[in-house]
Design a protein around this ligand. Structure first.
Ligand SMILES: *Cc1c(COP(=O)(O)O)cnc(C)c1O
Length: 387
């Protein structure tokens, strides 16, 4: 099939996904795949999760849209689950970029300041504000003038702490940089950034759009580092594939986000909220523990069998958010295509990095089976390039 009526903004693989069941996908040629992508870190509970499907179906038969002109018990329930007993408040959006846009607007309005510190190799989305905070020149190319006042520092660089001064409205960062190459923040550095923000009167915004909702074995990746952001954003995994985003901020920020200050027609959509509620109800401490256990088995294999391969430069990430950095003579596109032939779907990130974001419900056996395929394909390519 050739797509001729859609703007070619995406590089697409030459097949379509038609259906999914559990952690497997089937394409339009009847081929089945083990899924190491979860969309792009979206379908953390796999496909046709009974509780999510039932919740959405029940909501579908009641009502699927109401405006935000009325009280909304479902939004309140999801917000209560999301904030998990702490004093934060939620603003619902429809995507990750919108959640970050809300964070940027709130940070400026609340502080009365404009400057933002973001990081190289970050990704925060594609709208003007979120794109302007994205430390990737190829994503910004051709779109000038960008939103003013954003400066960049190197991630994990101690020198960046000196740039956190009272003239900043906010610092925005990912605890694990996803699109930029699956680089985890160093715990000490992240804590130093958090502390500097608190001391200098600068808001800390943590973008958990990819790393949140269980991906690293914690509800939110920052919890694994003991951080205390003023604002965090989630999206991808929140409704397991229905469009949703959320910005979660400390209660003190509410004075800057009163009636009329921000909004969206679709935000907090009933179907998305029903799905998010079913996701968050399943995101229990016991479930997160299973993710951590599975991640341990996975990292054992990554460390012992994948990292030592000659064409692997390093393996990075945290939990089930994994980057296998490949030597330049092995293009990641070639690896992804070879794995597709072995019925395994994978992603890329950053600079020639194979990215793995399997559904969090995948069994250890399936996770290890997928890794075995990756090892076989990398070994074959290694023989090819060194021959
Ligand atoms: C995907 C992503 C976004 C953008 O989310 P969209 O829903 O595509 O707008 C923002 N931040 C991070 C860290 C992401 O991974």
């Amino acid at each position: 099939m050739k797509m001729t009526h859609v703007f070619p903004t995406y590089q697409r693989f030459p097949f379509a996904i038609e259906s999914g069941q559990g952690v497997h996908l089937t394409d339009d040629q009847g081929q089945t795949y083990l899924d190491f992508t979860a969309g792009i870190g979206v379908c953390n509970f796999g496909y046709q999760n009974a509780a999510i499907q039932t919740a959405v179906h029940q909501q579908l038969t009641k009502i699927w849209h109401t405006s935000n002109l009325y009280e909304n018990a479902l939004q309140e329930q999801v917000a209560t689950l999301l904030t998990n007993g702490d004093e934060r408040l939620v603003y619902f959006a429809n995507s990750g970029t919108e959640a970050n846009e809300a964070a940027l607007k709130l940070a400026r309005k609340y502080t009365g300041k404009t400057a933002i510190l973001a990081f190289n190799h970050s990704f925060h989305g594609r709208t003007y504000g979120a794109m302007s905070m994205t430390g990737n020149p190829s994503i910004q190319a051709g779109y000038a003038p960008l939103v003013a006042g954003v400066q960049f520092a190197d991630y994990n660089d101690p020198a960046a702490i000196q740039q956190i001064t009272p003239r900043l409205a906010a610092v925005i960062l990912e605890v694990v940089q996803g699109e930029g190459g699956v680089f985890a923040g160093q715990a000490e550095w992240l804590r130093a950034v958090n502390q500097a923000c608190q001391q200098q009167g600068v808001l800390l915004i943590i973008d958990e759009v990819q790393s949140g909702i269980g991906r690293t074995g914690y509800r939110l990746a920052y919890e694994g580092y003991g951080l205390d952001p003023d604002i965090y954003t989630v999206a991808k995994g929140l409704a397991n594939g229905l469009p949703v985003g959320a910005m979660v901020g400390k209660a003190k920020l509410a004075m800057a986000f009163g009636p009329g200050s921000h909004g969206s027609t679709f935000a907090g959509n009933a179907l998305a909220m029903a799905a998010a509620q079913a996701v968050l109800q399943q995101l229990t401490p016991a479930f997160l523990q299973t993710v951590q256990h599975k991640a341990q088995s996975v990292w054992q294999v990554l460390t012992d069998e994948i990292a030592p391969l000659a064409i692997v430069k390093q393996v990075t990430g945290k939990g089930l958010m994994i980057g296998i950095h490949l030597a330049p003579q092995v293009p990641v596109a070639k690896v992804i295509a070879a794995l597709q032939h072995q019925q395994l779907l994978t992603l890329s990130a950053g600079d020639n990095t194979l990215r793995l974001l399997p559904p969090l419900v995948m069994s250890t056996a399936d996770l290890l089976a997928g890794l075995a395929k990756i090892k076989t394909v990398l070994l074959a390519l290694e023989t090819e390039v060194t021959a």
